[in-house]
Design a binder for this molecule. Sequence first.
Ligand code: HEM
Length: 494
Amino acid sequence: MALLSLGFGNLVVLGIASAFLYIFGYAIYNLYFHPLAKYPGPLLMRATRLGYCQRLLKGTMPFDVLELHKQYGDVVRVAPNELAFADPQAWKDIMGHRTGGEFEKWDKFYRPVEGVPTDIVNAGREEHGLLRRTMAHGFSDRSMRDQQPLIKGYIDLLMRRLTENCDDGKKTVDLAAWYNFTTFDVIGDLAFGEGFGCLEKSEYHPWVKNLFKMASAGTIFQIMSHYPALMKLMLALAPKSLMEEHEKHTENAKDKLRRRMEMGQDRADLVEGLLKRKDEWGLTIDKLQANSAILIIGGSETTATLLAGATFLLATNPAALKKLTEEIRSAFESEDEIDYASVSVLPYLLACLDEALRMYPPVPTGLPRVVPKGGASIAGHFIPEDSVVAIHQWAMYHNEKHFKDPFSFHPERWLNDPTFGDDRKEAFQPFHLGSRNCLGKNLAYLEMRIILARLLWNFDLKIAADSVDWMEKQKIFNFWDKDALNVYLTPRKF
Ligand code: HEM
């Protein structure tokens, strides 16, 4: 009754005043009383999540984190409950093996929408252990050897397509797209039992296009996960066609899997292990689909991104391109000799790929972990339990404290050149480390080495005028937001 007698206008004023007081109180708590209050960072980031979300939305987070480390030091408070670390020791402290409970992945980042099935990347520790042990066989050295003929078939097709499309060096080709076509076809075949036909048709398969759309929506979901009311509103207002498209995408994936199951369990691919345990563990088609889909995302875009980055860096650093081309062309008598074993002994090729991984890491942002119960020491700081912590790869690798001349391409730094003797190589962890590091590292190196070696075996490379600033203009929304990488490819005269 007392409330009613206030009148509607006054109630609105009271509501606004209460909301204002709540936000003000929340900000004051974060700034002065929060367990992380002593760590430095910009005011807006320490007081609310807004500063963090704004940078995610702008696509500049890892670049900004480098500037923040320069301004505030090796530990920066990038959100009220989150710290970013620049000290290389943090890798081991956060991701290395620990006896007192390991750091879990932060659900708000990894599973921003509730109810989606878990997969190897976002599962909790116990389920993850089972999935990883079962899937590891498909990534073993032996499996890599067995999978090589399949992968080679797609790389043969890539080389043919490039030859057909380059017009003897007179027309540009978009290598970023061609690399994507190739890695999606390879992983499609290894995770679903059939390629996407991207190389065959010289275009993106609709399923792949949809995956890109969902990946960029991921940033929005990650932001919304901090504002549950807005998330609910967004999901309620999402056009029905979008939901239908998503369901169709999932159904297509399940159909692919069913076709893979009909091929039988013994096929040297990445889902063989899961299919063998399907009945024993009661793995549903949803669960299998979620894991195949995550293999597609994790195993295609990353490798294609690195190949595009390495190609760009070589094309804009002629001395390195010349040296690598000479290494490759002098190592073999014919293209047929280029395989996993023979490319694995080329030192300059590996150095170029590693330098590209440093300058253009396919996973550039910090993937947040939660400090376990009892707190933990990270790079000499005791961090209270439940804090969120992350290492932003791009910022780590462009930090002058760890790498000399970090904005320039120097493959020599990976070949013990004394000029780079003070580099902190342990800062470089493009595949992360510990029990949740990249399972596909060997496969990634296999594809990257063979594709780059065969490209430079077959073609002379020149960057097109519209791609000379390809790298510097990119933003990051979980993945690099890449434009076309246009180059001229002139078939080599034997
Ligand atoms: C240059 C290429 C690649 C890079 C830089 C890369 C990087 C990474 C990173 C940083 C993680 C850790 C993610 C996290 O902490 O949440 C990861 C996980 C993973 N990657 Fe890769 N990756 C690459 C290629 C591949 C390929 C080709 C595959 C094959 C399918 C693959 C499969 C996986 C899987 C299954 C995981 C999850 C492992 C687990 O949680 O146990 N990756 N990758």
